[in-house]
Design a protein around this ligand. Structure first.
Ligand SMILES: Cc1cc2nc3c(=O)[nH]c(=O)nc-3n(C[C@H](O)[C@H](O)[C@H](O)COP(=O)(O)OP(=O)(O)OC[C@H]3O[C@@H](n4cnc5c(N)ncnc54)[C@H](O)[C@@H]3O)c2cc1C
Length: 411
């Protein structure tokens, strides 16, 4: 019998599969969608710099640890699969258009410095010197200043997923796409099997049947909440849509990730320029909208001019799996001895994927975990939030509140 069955073929499921297989476990991964249709593929791939002076928060501990693992994984994946996942420290510019925004950015810069992160405040001329493509926007007053984080990094999510898929296969992971898990068959305090519909490769006798394994890990992104109910867990992995537009330019005009409010540019080394994003609470609707793409294009034109040689190559949307307190839900389901959960990574799932994979593999194999798993316990979501209290900083509600203000800001 397979040691572990993973439900979900996004970044979280694939990373856990790779880590478990590396430790010698037999792994079967069931995924409803091909990688192109996951939030993981849709992500921008921005990795903010990590703190040198830790603040002791669980979010930061997971991100810092994941960040260092990413460097190691990128090298290993390149060596194993020949795929360069594009992980590089390109730096990040954070810009403001108004005096009020600049005052906020100054406060943010102080926070970065307190964390021991390199951060240089820039006036408008400094921004222009850093990224000459913003010359006109600076002259027209669309950029008033900002700060530079030289250690901000980027990764190319589609390439990273491709590399992970290949690495998993090389390690013997059995991957089945188009396999929809309809139900978890719980008997007593254990999952007896998962009931699937579909599944590749064609001819697999398990089609439409029950898949059995020693243990199970639910990593189904925004869809985890529903499946987790059969495990007695009332968790919320609310889908929060993000839309992106991808331009192809004759040659790259930016060298750094650039953020202004909730919108950003991520320049790729092959001349492509990714423009993101939106934060939308619209349920399980993964379509793009004209309004959002027009807004992203208006943002690009405001800061970069007419871009007459640019081709709008692709647009897409993905559903970020949220959690009510901004921390992912990871660990064993309290009422089920052989069920684990890894979801709710919201805006940081790419960045936190490596540490999440190692943590889950530690818990599943009974190794001492490398970071404290307690703050991520899935059962904590059963606690009711305090009425009237401000939402936690990285939570869905905090971002939705910011996004609502951003939509009112003219581009
Ligand atoms: C526009 C956008 C920009 C982002 N930018 C960044 C960024 O810059 N940095 C960063 O770190 N993060 C970013 N994120 C967040 C990141 O993408 C997510 O946190 C992460 O991808 C979540 O991964 P996941 O594996 O949990 O979910 P997903 O990638 O959605 O994968 C879920 C998987 O579960 C499968 N599944 C669901 N239901 C079932 C079922 N019933 N049966 C079988 N399989 C099922 C799906 O098919 C899929 O394979 C961004 C997200 C978006 C949308």
């Amino acid at each position: 019998m397979t040691d572990c069955c993973i439900i979900g073929g996004g970044i979280i499921g694939l990373s856990i599969a790779r880590e478990l297989a590396t430790r010698g476990l037999s792994v079967r991964l069931l995924s409803r969608d091909r990688e192109r249709d996951t939030a993981s593929w849709a992500a921008a791939g921005i990795f903010p710099p990590i703190a040198r002076v830790p603040d002791g928060s669980a979010h930061e501990a997971l991100t810092t640890w994941s960040d260092s693992l990413h460097r190691q994984w990128a090298d290993e994946l390149l060596e194993e699969t020949g795929i360069d996942n594009g992980l590089r420290a390109c730096g990040g510019l954070h810009l403001g258009a108004t005096e009020k925004a600049i005052a906020c950015l100054r406060d943010e810069a102080i926070e970065w410095k307190k964390k021991g992160v390199a951060c240089d405040l820039l006036d408008a001329a400094g921004v222009r010197d850093c990224e000459p493509a913003f010359k006109t926007a600076v002259e027209q007053g669309a950029i008033a200043g900002g700060y530079l984080l030289p250690d901000e990094m980027q990764i190319r999510p589609p390439r990273h997923l491709q590399a992970l898929l290949q690495s998993c296969r090389l390690r013997g992971v059995q991957i089945e796409f188009d396999a929809v898990v309809n139900r978890l068959d719980v008997q007593g305090d254990r999952i007896h099997g998962v009931v699937i519909q579909g599944g590749s490769p064609a001819g697999d006798p398990s089609r439409g049947k029950t898949v059995h394994a020693g243990c199970y890990c639910l990593a189904a992104g925004a869809w985890s909440g529903d499946l987790a109910k059969t495990l007695g867990l009332q968790i919320e992995t609310r889908p929060i849509r993000g839309q992106i537009a991808l331009l192809r330019l004759p040659q790259q005009i930016l060298s750094r990730v650039v953020n202004l409010g909730l919108e950003y540019f991520v320049p790729r080394s092959d001349g492509r320029l990714l423009i993101g994003s939106t934060i939308e609470d619209v349920g399980f609707d993964c379509s793009t909208t004209h309004q959002a793409i027009d807004r992203l294009m208006a943002f690009a034109h405001l800061l970069l001019g007419p871009l007459s040689e640019a081709i709008l190559e692709q647009t897409w949307a993905g559903l970020r799996p949220g959690s009510t307190d901004g921390l992912p839900l990871m660990g064993r389901a309290p009422a089920c001895a052989n069920a684990y959960l890894a979801s709710g990574h919201f805006r940081a799932g790419l960045h936190q994927s490596t540490g999440s994979a190692v943590l889950l593999a530690d818990l599943i194999t009974g190794q001492p975990p490398s970071i404290d798993p307690a703050p991520f316990e899935p059962s904590r979501s059963m606690h009711t939030p305090v009425a009237g209290a401000a939402p936690p900083k990285d939570s869905i509600d905090a971002y939705l509140a910011r996004a609502a203000l951003e939509v009112l800001r003219p581009v």
